[in-house]
Design a protein around this ligand. Structure first.
Ligand SMILES: N[C@@H](CCC(=O)N[C@@H](CS)C(=O)NCC(=O)O)C(=O)O
Length: 237
């Protein structure tokens, strides 16, 4: 029995990655949502699942009184969650099989997981928002990162023929960049037609559509994200 703990669907990009992976992989799970930055005790509630108080987190095993029961396996960090699920369950989504494509996909996923700090801070995920014109306000660092993402998506799609980065099937690389596709839509980042088609293909996935609908229905607002304040907690991006 798997329980995935996610944050606010509108804002938590790392939660989206783990959630979308489980959905695309076809692995059954129960979702538990703990909205970040809400109320006095949100960090304490999250710490029952993730020792550093972040989301997403996964529990393999029962919960008792809303927290992992003794003996339940706890996994945190989106990358670890994806690999744990792949190692313990039958999954319909993974890495490309061909070694060269696999190496490429793994490298792109790692590049996302470990980098793009400018994009993460200056283009925070805000699924239901529409904030065109943001590109002109970005730092040089964030602009270069946008350029790198455009180039990497373009190279992959040209080599694979799309509609996903590595061809006909969604892979973990697409899952890792799904929140970037969402940000590019929110901030109307200019894209070549084939990259727009990729953003559209990601948003056309039934699971992604559900996440977007559920994000739009959430009631909490994080003013520091909505107002694009510079003191955005870097981890949220
Ligand atoms: N590397 C982690 C990042 C987790 C993370 O930082 N999550 C954000 C939400 S998207 C968070 O919990 N932020 C809380 C905070 O900034 O205190 C992962 O891949 O899961």
């Amino acid at each position: 029995m798997l329980t995935l703990v996610v944050g606010n669907k509108n804002y938590s990009s790392w939660s989206l990655r783990a959630w979308l992976y489980l959905e695309e992989a076809g692995v059954p799970f129960t979702e538990l949502r703990i909205p970040l930055f809400q109320g006095e005790d949100w960090r304490e509630r999250v710490r029952a699942f993730h020792p550093a108080g972040r989301l997403p987190a996964l529990v393999d095993g029962p919960l008792e009184e809303g927290v992992p029961a003794e003996g339940a396996v706890r996994v945190w960090d989106s990358g670890a969650i994806i690999e744990y699920v792949r190692a313990t369950r039958e999954t319909k989504c993974g890495w490309p099989e061909e070694p060269r494509a696999m190496a490429w996909a793994m490298s792109l996923a790692a590049e996302m997981h470990g980098g793009f700090l400018g994009v993460r801070a200056e283009l925070p995920m805000n699924v239901r928002a529409s904030k065109p014109g943001r590109f002109e306000q970005l730092s040089a660092k964030a602009r270069l990162e946008v350029e790198r993402i455009r180039a990497m998506w373009g190279e992959c799609l040209a080599a694979s023929g799309g509609p996903y980065l590595f061809g006909e099937a969604m892979t973990i690389a697409d899952v890792m960049y799904a929140p970037v596709a969402s940000r590019f839509r929110t901030y109307a980042i200019e894209l070549a037609p084939e990259l727009e088609a990729y953003v559209e293909a990601i948003h056309a996935r039934p699971a992604m559509k559900r996440w977007v609908e559920e994000a739009a229905a959430e009631e909490e607002h994080l003013p520091f994200v909505d107002a694009l304040k510079s003191d955005l907690p870097p981890a949220l991006g």
